[in-house]
Design a protein around this ligand. Sequence first.
Ligand SMILES: Cc1ncc(COP(=O)(O)O)c(C=O)c1O
Length: 381
Amino acid sequence: MQEESTTPVDWVALRKDFPTAENFCYLNLANKAILPRSVEQSMQSWMKDIYENAGELAFSMGEIEKTREAVADLYGAPPECISLIKNTSEGVNIVAQGFPWNEGDNVVISEFEHENNTFPWRHLERRGIEIRMAKPGEDGRVTIDQYRDLIDSKTRILAVAWVVYGNGYRADLKALSAFCHEQGIKIMVDGIQGVGILSTPFSELGVDVLISGGHKAQFSLAGAGFMYTTPEMTQMLMPPYAAKYSFNTLDRTVQAPELETDAHRFEYGNPNFLGTWVQRRSAEYVKSIGLENIEARVCELTTYLIEAADKHQVQVRTPRPWAERAGIVSLDLGQHAGDAVNALKAQDIIVAEKDGHLRTSMHFYNNEEDIDRFMSALQAV
Ligand SMILES: Cc1ncc(COP(=O)(O)O)c(C=O)c1O
């Protein structure tokens, strides 16, 4: 985060873009984002094009390219490295199914990973690929040394969350990428809990693949996500699905049709036109606010919550340095958090229970009053 490059943003005015924030104390971004009015306007403009223009733009592949460019521009990646795919699971499956495995190879993940960055790998076990799971430390981190203990000459991929959905721990992707490449293995990132909040350009992270579904901090729709693959990784992966848009020819009779050389190869039939329409406009909306500003604001809000938890002697499970967390702060209530989550919900305070603990998660639409309201209600439940 480059503090000096941030510019003042009117967060009070921006919060007004989110009608849900008026009705709820919504601290559950890690589940799904509440959406700004601009998303409703985007959906309406898509329908308007169907009514008034017979869907000329609404179903246009040219518009899809504009979405690719907007996503690439926002997250600091070349457009040819971005494929527009459904969700995280689809991307992880493209990597898992498309990688040139040899029997006996292994993949290293950790017990922190979400189901959707675990089961696509477990599915490979029936093909003779071994899945090795690092056990996180008591301090809520998975270190390079913990991964190192599992890696051997048959390890081909390390698959890791940018930000862990349970306790909110953020991996140091630059260090992990350098480590993986020294070991001669590829690194694939489940980025969904970091994308839209963290500002480091993808091309500076050093990772081979970064995938994100759309329905969290990007303000896209579920079903409209993306995958970033480096040119080398793009070439290495054989798309598990291929159709019209995966090939560089539309001639159905050509001998040995060739796959697209860039990330288009992972796309196939008609895309999610409405979802990508929204995805582009939401990428432009996030860009207009600035990812660095968003990161700085989310850092401020989450730090405020951590300090409030300290004041009320509620134990914080998330590692504290900003470099090791993002929008999630997980709290240990000393008992299973399910009842507290339900009691808060009855007061329109929306948080989640994960691993038996209470998870809060924030975006720039939250404010300090949300956190005060949550904390005082928590004391009373
Ligand atoms: C870390 C993580 N990965 C993946 C997902 C979701 O996967 P998908 O985008 O395939 O629905 C979530 C939550 O929805 C998540 O928190």
